[in-house]
Design a protein around this ligand. Structure first.
Ligand code: SAH
Length: 281
């Protein structure tokens, strides 16, 4: 039995994506991140809503043609290749999954952007790059896998030039911290482990993380209400797939078996999503 309270290592995260990335992108409109819907009446597809979140993050990065951008946790490359095309920047994407790197490179070649969107295997907690070698760093739903947020932000700070920006999305706990019995704690840990996600932090923790890393926070935006439609949709896509196929990886099957929260109340969401924009002074 897996000890679900153990923190995922970069190697375990990479192995998870090696196995599951193609299916996750299929369930999430080509990306592996939350969609952004304007409200309950917004019936945009997952693909449109996911692309919207990518564009919101890119807008906040404010990169210019010729800038060098590090995409930390590139997945199969859809956001990184889009960033290169939309902004004219040169993107270097990294992942701990070899399969991500192979798929992202193939995408860049297929879209004629292989000269400006390059992907390689690397671990964000030990970035193999020179100090001050990037103008901007994008971390789109990748820091969620890294238990020590301050440490990885320290790595980001080191490779950013002075004045350079970083924009990330993270999963957070919100509202009051409720007492949880042992059974609930184990269920929460099992759900995180199924995605190889690290324990959730709180938006209020970010100023401390940034300070330790030598970064300055420009904005923290809570997008829980815009992204909360993601899970029901992912779940539905997974369920439909599982009805027609029998090759769902064990972790995704476990996620499916856990089911959807029946008591889901949009006004009382205790887990959410934030965008954090920072810069190196
Ligand atoms: N940014 C992509 C993928 C998000 S999924 C998108 O938005 O579609 C999370 C990604 O982070 C995966 O590619 C995973 O391999 C990567 N990742 C997680 N921990 C990492 C680490 N320590 N170093 C580098 N990449 C990491």
């Amino acid at each position: 039995m897996t000890d679900v309270f153990r923190l995922p290592t970069p190697g375990e995260v990479g192995a998870f994506y090696d196995e599951a990335n193609e299916l996750i992108t299929r369930f999430q409109g080509g990306n592996m991140h939350y969609g952004y819907w304007t409200g309950p009446d917004d019936d945009s597809s997952f693909e449109v809503a996911g692309q919207r979140l990518t564009d919101i993050v890119i807008d906040k990065l404010g990169v210019r043609p010729g800038d060098r951008v590090l995409d930390v946790g590139c997945g199969p490359g859809k956001p990184g290749v889009h960033l290169a095309r939309r902004t004219g920047a040169a993107v270097l994407g990294i992942s701990v999954s070899e399969r991500d790197v192979a798929l992202a490179g193939a995408r860049a070649r297929a879209e004629g952007l292989a000269d400006r969107a390059v992907f390689q295997h690397a671990d964000a907690t030990a970035l193999p790059f020179e100090p001050e070698s990037f103008d901007a760093v994008m971390l789109l739903e990748s820091i969620v896998h890294i238990p020590d947020r301050a440490q990885v932000l320290g790595q980001v700070s080191r490779v950013l030039r002075p004045g350079g920006r970083a924009v990330l999305t993270d999963f957070v706990r919100r509202g009051e911290d409720l007492e949880q019995d042992a059974e609930t704690q184990a269920a929460v840990a099992a759900a995180l482990w199924a995605w190889r996600a690290a324990p959730l932090v709180r938006a209020e923790d970010y100023p401390g993380f940034a300070e330790q890393a030598g970064l300055v926070i420009d904005e923290i935006t809570d997008i829980t209400m815009q992204t909360m439609y993601t899970y029901p949709r992912t779940y539905e896509a997974m369920r439909e797939y599982a009805e027609r196929h029998d090759d769902l990886p064990e972790d995704l099957q476990r996620i499916l078996d856990m089911g959807l929260d029946e008591d889901f109340d949009p006004d009382m969401v205790s887990e959410g999503v934030i965008i954090v924009a920072l810069h190196r002074p």
